[in-house]
Design a protein around this ligand. Sequence first.
Ligand code: GLN
Length: 484
Amino acid sequence: MSLTDLTLTDALAKLRSREISSQELTQAYLDRIQQIEPKIKSYITVTPERALEQAKQADERRANGEDAPLLGIPVAIKDILTTEGIQSTAGSRILEGFVPPYSATAVTCMFNSGAVMLGKANTDEFAMGSSTENSGYGTTHNPWDLDRIPGGTSGGSAAAVAAKLALGALGTDTGGSIRQPGAMCGVVGLKPSYGRVSRYGAIAFASSLDQIGPLARNVRDTASILQVIAGHDPLDSTSMNVPVPDYSKSLIPEVKGLKIGVPKEYFTEGMQPEVESAVHAAIDLLRSMGAQIQEISLPHTDYGIPVYYLVAPAEASANLARYDGVRYGPREAAKEMFDSYKATRGRRFGAEVKRRIMLGTYALSAGYYDAYYLKAQKVRTLIKGDFEKAFADVDVICCPVAPRTAWKIGEKVNDPLQMYLEDVFTVPTSLSGICGISVPCGFDKLNLPIGLQIIGPAFGEEKILHAAYAYEQATEWHKQLPTL
Ligand code: GLN
């Protein structure tokens, strides 16, 4: 058994008992990155010197009798999170070479807890996409089948965890970007409730939706990372001042009496039959363990995609106005100022980002604002109401993460609408500000992972961790990793 086979929880135990050092563990990851990473391309930037320096510090802290929740644990950080002194691109060529003067709060929390950063994980440009193919720095490959996408937009983070190129990772989820790549790479991914984790230093895509969250090999590891990044931050006015529970207390392997809702709208025609049967089998298992299963209805589900693809681009068009080559990143030269803006934005934004800026600008423009943006906000309230009603009756909701397993690289890049439709089961949660987790629940006949989504109410992370942990402990899916 190699050091990279250990889970985060096991590695931490061995670090605590001094059986291994963080420098040994980190070196094992750096060696594996050298070997395997060229096949996967999960990182935009690997930071070996910084990692070894942080590992040395972690070992010194431990030698001095200190301990911390992630002391000495090597992780990957999605490149949409700023890291002081290390290039942070958000997957965009418009931020090529941009070295931020400060780190995101979530990153600082990781560092204060002793985590060691191996590098910055690949992402679709500004987290727009569902496959990581929209990255300005190349596509990440799914470790289960190198010809396939890893999901997105935290595809680099998910692939790194699945391929044992990191023990855990931070991702961001605006409409599914942690849960969906988690499902497609066969790892656990949790999107916290809006306001649970500070977004300070997360390069903004859609500010009413963006959340930072963890990806890891199992539910306990995921909870350990959530524990250190959750909490109020005066630097982010949307982070809520709500006490952070001890998430390890939610990790109970039994679900007797837990009320689980199964939304009938989440089993649609046209979804991959193996996904449907795997999710139903997972629900049956929870029933056999004593959970009370009831069918529920989330009647506005169909409006999730159109609402999301108005609200998110509208917010993106505003957030991305700041990239003009003056304050951040490289500048394309031109005689006139406006020509320089145009050249910088024209040459350095990718096609999907430009499409979103145009869609969003249109939806916000005078004469269309009421018909599109305002209407979308109203329907968003209805979608949120569906969940509020459901959570009056049930503790959590179980459903698929995505209608399909990982598709072939290139299969959907020329059909943005097809790509948007893949987000049907993840965007309603995001629009409602509530939390969701993806846990492995099977494989299709091509041996591609399938994810079970467990959705909880706002600040209900304990509930989804509980249900996910109980399910995981009764199954073996999470123990399977791709052979590379
Ligand atoms: N696929 C969705 C989009 O393209 C969600 C992305 C995300 O969550 N960042 O916007």
